[in-house]
Design a protein around this ligand. Structure first.
Ligand code: AP5
Ligand code: MG
Ligand code: ZN
Length: 216
């Protein structure tokens, strides 16, 4: 199965992708995570992307299309992929169609997660993650079970993203509305769009996505 999770910053794409990855043995491809790793490693890609990401703007299409093409070639052990944060522009969506066609693969569904802008700002400013395994948390909605200790790996070190402040979030939201939202109509035309209410709690959103995927 090849699945796209579409939604504004803080909609819960990463959270839901992690749940689906575990449950359905899919490989999660998050362009945001891949780019942040490149920035941390100081690669050429990271040097090109870092400043743009800190401003909350989109990295050029050719860079992200190239890294998705590489990952598709590396394969997924058969079960498929969840794309989290890609595509984000019409050019990226068209490139994805082309890349999949060349590989004889098909995009099964695009799940759009709908959340109000004001809720998004709180989700992002309250977010933190494990510095060791990357597991995601939230000050109000998803604290570690034992305070200060990662549920998944036991690490006591947590980090916040450099682009997770209110000012940059507003810019990321603006980029979403201007450049990414047109994909909703693009996938609706292809008959692939499934919209879920992303305002519900994490478990309910997960169940809604499962129903949307399994119910056809
Ligand atoms: P990226 O890393 O993709 O960031 P984003 O799209 O802004 O989305 P986020 O990761 O912030 O949010 P999310 O939807 O994953 O939410 P999460 O699950 O964490 O991209 C970063 C940057 O990289 C971009 O700005 C751009 O510069 C660049 N980039 C990446 N891809 C690109 C591309 N294709 N083209 C060009 N540039 C690209 O949830 C948020 C918080 O809320 C968490 O704390 C979570 O615990 C909590 N939460 C989740 N669900 C719920 C819920 N239902 N109720 C309550 N809390 C919840
Ligand atoms: Mg994310
Ligand atoms: Zn951890």
């Amino acid at each position: 199965m090849i699945l796209v999770l579409l939604g504004p910053p803080g909609a819960g794409k990463g959270t839901q992708a992690a749940l689906l990855e575990k449950e359905r043995s899919l490989v999660k491809l998050s362009t945001g995570d891949i780019l942040r790793a490149a920035v941390a490693a100081g690669t050429e890609l990271g040097r090109k992307a870092g400043d743009i990401m800190e401003r909350g703007q989109l990295v050029p299409d050719d860079l992200v299309i190239g890294l998705i093409a590489e990952r598709l070639d590396a394969g997924s052990d058969g079960n498929g992929f969840i794309l989290d944060g890609f595509p984000r522009t019409l050019a990226q969506a068209e490139a994805l169609d082309r890349l999949l066609k060349e590989r004889g693969q098909l995009l099964d569904a695009v799940v759009e997660m709908r959340v109000d802008d004001e809720a998004l700002v709180r989700r992002i400013t309250g977010r933190f993650s494990c510095g060791s395994c990357g597991d995601g948390y939230h000050e109000d909605f998803k604290m570690p079970k034992v305070p200060g200790v990662c549920d998944r790996c036991g690490s006591t070190e947590f980090v916040r993203r450099r682009d997770d402040n209110e000012e940059v979030v507003r810019q990321r939201l603006q980029a979403y509305h201007a450049q990414t939202e047109p994909l909703i109509a693009y996938y609706e035309r292809q008959g692939k769009l499934k919209t879920v209410d992303g305002m519900a709690d994490i478990k309910e959103v997960h169940q809604a996505i499962a129903r949307a995927l399994d119910g056809g």
